[in-house]
Ligand binder design. Structure first.
Ligand SMILES: NC(=O)c1ccc[n+]([C@@H]2O[C@H](COP(=O)([O-])OP(=O)(O)OC[C@H]3O[C@@H](n4cnc5c(N)ncnc54)[C@H](OP(=O)(O)O)[C@@H]3O)[C@@H](O)[C@H]2O)c1
Length: 281
């Protein structure tokens, strides 16, 4: 399986499993067991998903050694700031009965709509993230939903720049400008909702390309994201779809196909603008 190397040398698998909206404990046990058997090694969760304990128990039940999987977690918006982010990380680590995350991310930047001092808030939270990294509690640190101006703002005070930016990226939302910026700045882009939360799979242009390739639309979406160099974390609870989503390393899209997919306009997804967001619960 393809690995992506971060600026600090940490390697992450290019495909992992998203776990948002999986909260049922017995379902999580089945999902993790199947995913591991298929070959998934990266599990993406967040404090806000209310499934850290379920995921932790499922991993334990499967008997996976700590070094045999990659655990990625996120700090929620209610824990911004130097101290709060560290406290939140400790709390989450306890739930997993582990002493480190492979990747720890800020879930959302402070919204400029709500906070005139959004830059200071993000800087202060990021200082806490840097501390977690220095203390070895996170092998790699990063952000989610940060646009270029959020990253440029962090640059003014950051000692260590984010190693990963997890953002909504799928056909219909190509994020080409951010991808270019991140490439220049050694930040790996991780695609959240790489299938547009399941809402883009009926797109006719994608269906045509998939038919030509004798692949499924989901595989075409993921292959497109893979060729853009991003890490992908599709979510599914279905073992057949897990296999389908993982089986994207034996074909490629040519330039014409990549360009055609790049041109698809927004046709579904989460669609939350991190500058506009009022606040979540
Ligand atoms: N940082 C952030 O702010 C943020 C935001 C959104 C998501 N994320 C992360 O990204 C992960 C993935 O995003 P997502 O959960 O929004 O959606 P997604 O992975 O884009 O799509 C998931 C949806 O597509 C369906 N699906 C999966 N594989 C399929 C296939 N091969 N064929 C047909 N349908 C398929 C799933 O249903 P079934 O389960 O029934 O298969 C589910 O309804 C999340 O779980 C989370 O870890 C992060």
């Amino acid at each position: 399986m393809n690995q992506v190397k971060l600026i600090n040398g940490v390697e992450l698998p290019q495909i992992g499993l998203g776990t948002w909206q999986i909260t049922d404990r017995s379902q999580m046990v089945e999902v993790v067991s199947n995913a591991y058997d298929v070959g998934y090694r990266l599990f993406d969760t967040a404090a806000a998903y209310s499934n850290e304990i379920a995921l932790s128990k499922a991993i334990t039940e499967k008997g996976i050694a700590r070094e045999a999987y990659i655990l990625s977690d996120k700090v929620w918006n209610t824990s911004r700031g130097y101290r709060a982010v560290q406290e939140a990380c400790h709390k989450s680590l306890k739930k997993f009965k582990t002493d480190y995350f492979d990747l720890y991310l800020i879930h959302w930047p402070a919204s400029m709509k709500l906070y005139p001092d959004w830059e200071e808030i993000n800087e202060d939270t990021w200082r806490g993230m840097e501390q977690l990294y220095k203390d070895g509690l996170a092998k790699a640190i990063g952000v989610c939903n940060f646009k270029i101006h959020h990253l440029e703002s962090l640059k003014k005070t950051a000692e260590i720049m984010p190693m990963v930016d997890q953002v909504e990226l799928h056909p219909g939302l190509n994020q080409n400008e951010l991808l270019e910026y991140c490439k220049v700045n050694d930040i790996v882009v991780e695609a959240s909702s790489p299938l547009g939360n399941g809402q883009i799979l009926n797109n006719e242009n994608l269906q045509m390309i998939a038919e030509n390739k004798k692949k499924t639309v989901a595989q075409v979406c993921l292959r497109w994201g893979l060729q853009k160099g991003s890490i992908l974390i599709p979510k599914t609870t279905n073992v057949g779809r897990m296999q389908e989503n993982f089986d994207i390393f034996n074909f490629s899209l040519d330039k014409k196909e990549m360009d055609a997919i790049d041109k698809i306009s927004y046709c579904g997804g989460i669609g939350i603008d991190s500058d506009e967001v009022e606040e979540f619960g």
